[in-house]
Design a protein around this ligand. Structure first.
Ligand code: GDP
Ligand code: GDP
Length: 438
C-alpha cells in the first residue's frame, strides 16, 4: 500500500525546514550505510501514532534570489497540489499575512485537497493573538505552533493524520506485478511503455491511479497480469520538460516507486548514469523494491565485443550498492530485446517472493561461517545461533546471535554475498536483521 504523502509549503523563512526536521524520522537501517546511497533527497518517512506517511520537502525547489520567491512558492504549491494527500501550509505569526501567503492560499483554496494551516513561531501564549488574522486566508482554522520549541506539534499532526484517505484493504490481495518505469526525461520511457503494450498477445486496460492525473495501465501476457504505474504522461505524448518539471518528475517517480514491486530504471545509453538516477535507484533500494536497469537506445552505441561488459562494469561502479540489479540492453526504437523486459520482470518478481527453508538457510550460513569465521570485538566472538527467513517482498532474514553489537557491517556483507551465491534473490535488496537471543 502506498503511504499517504504530506507536503509542506510556504514562503522562505516561515520555518518549513525546522518543522520538517522535527517531524521527519531519520530512517536508521543497515542499508543506509551502503556507499553510493545518496543522502540528499526530497522526501522522508515519518510516523505519528502508528500512521506512517511520506513527507515531501518542497523546500528543495526553492530558489534563493528574491525575484524568484513568488515563482518558487507557486511551483511548490503546484507540486504539493499534484502529489500530496495532505498539504501543510506554514505561515509566520511574526510577520503576519504577506502577499506571497495570499497567493499560495488562493492556489490552495482551489486545490480540492485537504489543507492544514499552521501558524508558526507562536513561541508562547502571549503570542497567540497573532493567529486570528490568518482566518483571513480562507483556509479554515489556523493552528498555532512553534516548530523551534515543539509547541502544539502533536495537535498539528493529529489534524494532518485525520485527513489521510481511508486505507484500502483490498489492495493487499492484489497479485498483479506492479511495475514503475522511471528515468529522466527523454531516456525513452514512453517508447518502452508503448513497446511493451504493443507486443503480441498483450491485453491492455486502464485504471485510474492514486494521484490526480495518474493512469495505471493493466496488461496481461501469457496469463500473468501486470500494472504499469502512472503511465499517463507516457502513453500520450505531450510534454514540455524544463528543469523544474524534471524536479517534479522526481517526486512523481518516487510515489510510483513506492507503489511498485519491480522498478525499471531506464538509462540512456549515450548519457549513462546521472546523479538523479542514483538518487531514485537509492530510494528503490531503501524501499525494498526490485530493480532492473534498462539501458535504452542501444542502437546508438557503436559496439565491439567488449562494449556490453564495459557498460555493465561502469553501471556496477556507479550504482555500487545494487550489484543485484540485472542489466538489460535494449532499443525501444528497433524493438531489440524489448520482449525480454517482461520475462525479466517475471524472474525478479519470483526471486523477491522466494522462501528458503530454514534448514537449508542454516546450512548455508554454517558453511559460510566455516570459511570465514565470525568477527570478535573486545574479546567477544560473535555467535550465530540460528537464522530464519521472516518475510518476502523483499526477502528478510533474521539472524539470532549472542550479541548484535559484535556483528560487523562487513561480515553482514559477506553473509549477504553467500546467501546470494546460493539463492540468487536477483533484482531484490535483502533485509538482514540481527537480533540478540536472551
Ligand atoms: P524555511 O525557509 O521556511 O524552511 O524556514 P527555516 O526552517 O529555515 O526557519 C527560518 C528561521 O525561522 C530560522 O532562523 C529558524 O530558526 C526560525 N524558526 C523556525 N521555527 C521557529 C519558531 O517556532 N519560533 C521562532 N521564534 N523561530 C523559528
Ligand atoms: P521519455 O521522455 O523518457 O518518455 O522518452 P521518449 O520515449 O519520449 O523518447 C525520447 C526520444 O528518444 C524520442 O525522440 C524517441 O524517439 C527517442 N528514442 C526512444 N527510444 C529510443 C531508442 O531505443 N533508440 C533511439 N535511437 N531513440 C530512441
Amino acid at each position: 500500500m502506498r503511504k499517504p504523502i504530506v507536503a509542506i509549503v510556504g514562503r522562505p523563512n516561515v520555518g518549513k525546514s525546522t518543522l520538517f526536521n522535527k517531524i521527519a524520522k531519520k530512517r536508521v537501517s543497515i542499508v543506509d550505510d551502503l556507499p553510493g546511497v545518496t543522502r540528499d533527497r526530497l522526501y522522508w518517512d515519518a510516523e505519528w501514532l502508528g500512521h506512517e506517511f511520506t513527507m515531501i520537502d518542497t523546500g528543495g525547489i526553492e530558489v534563493d534570489s528574491n525575484d524568484f520567491i513568488m515563482a518558487s512558492v507557486r511551483r511548490q504549491a503546484a507540486l504539493a497540489i499534484e502529489e500530496a494527500d495532505v498539504i501543510l501550509f506554514v505561515v509566520d505569526s511574526k510577520t503576519g499575512i504577506t502577499t506571497a501567503d495570499e497567493e499560495v492560499a488562493a492556489l490552495l483554496r482551489h486545490a480540492n485537497k485537504p489543507v492544514i494551516l499552521a501558524v508558526n513561531k507562536v513561541d508562547s501564549i502571549k503570542d497567540s493573538e497573532a493567529v486570528y488574522e490568518f482566518y483571513g486566508l480562507g483556509l479554515g482554522e489556523p493552528l498555532a505552533v512553534s516548530a523551534a520549541n515543539l509547541l502544539n506539534l502533536g495537535d498539528l499532526l493529529d489534524a494532518v493524520v485525520a485527513e489521510f484517505p481511508p486505507e484500502q484493504e483490498a489492495e493487499e490481495q492484489d497479485d498483479r506485478i506492479k511495475i514503475a518505469v522511471i528515468g529522466r526525461p527523454n531516456v525513452g520511457k514512453s517508447s518502452l511503455v508503448n513497446g511493451l503494450l504493443g507486443q503480441e498477445r498483450v491485453i491492455v486496460s486502464d485504471i485510474p491511479g492514486t494521484t490526480r492525473d495518474a493512469i495505471d495501465t493493466v496488461l496481461e501476457k501469457d496469463g500473468v497480469s501486470y500494472v504499469l504505474i502512472d503511465t499517463a504522461g507516457m502513453r500520450k505524448k505531450a510534454k514540455i520538460e524544463d528543469e523544474s518539471i524534471e524536479r517534479y518528475s522526481v517526486v512523481r517517480s518516487l510515489s510510483a516507486v513506492e507503489r511498485a514491486d519491480v522498478v525499471l530504471m531506464v538509462l540512456d545509453a549515450v548519457d549513462r548514469v546521472t546523479e538523479q538516477d542514483k538518487k531514485i535507484a537509492g530510494y528503490a533500494h531503501e524501499a525494498g523494491k526490485s530493480l532492473i536497469i534498462v539501458v535504452n537506445k542501444w542502437d546508438l552505441v557503436e559496439k565491439d565485443s567488449k562494449t556490453t561488459l564495459e557498460y555493465t562494469q561502469e553501471i556496477r561502479n556507479e550504482l555500487a550498492f545494487m550489484q543485484y540489479a540485472p542489466v538489460l540492453f535494449i532499443s525501444a526504437l528497433t524493438k531489440q530485446r524489448v520482449h525480454r523486459v517482461l520475462e525479466l520482470v517475471n524472474y525478479v518478481a519470483e526471486q523477491r517472493s522466494m522462501r528458503i527453508a530454514t534448514n537449508v538457510l542454516n546450512q548455508v550460513i554454517s558453511d559460510a561461517v566455516s570459511i570465514n569465521p565470525t568477527p570478535s570485538d573486545k574479546g567477544k566472538r560473535l555467535k550465530i545461533y540460528y537464522a530464519t527467513q521472516s518475510g518476502v517482498n523483499p526477502p528478510t532474514i533474521v539472524f539470532f546471535v549472542n550479541d548484535p553489537e559484535v556483528m560487523h557491517f562487513s561480515y553482514l556483507r559477506f553473509l549477504e554475498n553467500k546467501l546470494r551465491e546460493s539463492f540468487g534473490f536477483e533484482g531484490s535488496p535483502l533485509r538482514l536483521v540481527v537480533r540478540g537471543k536472551k
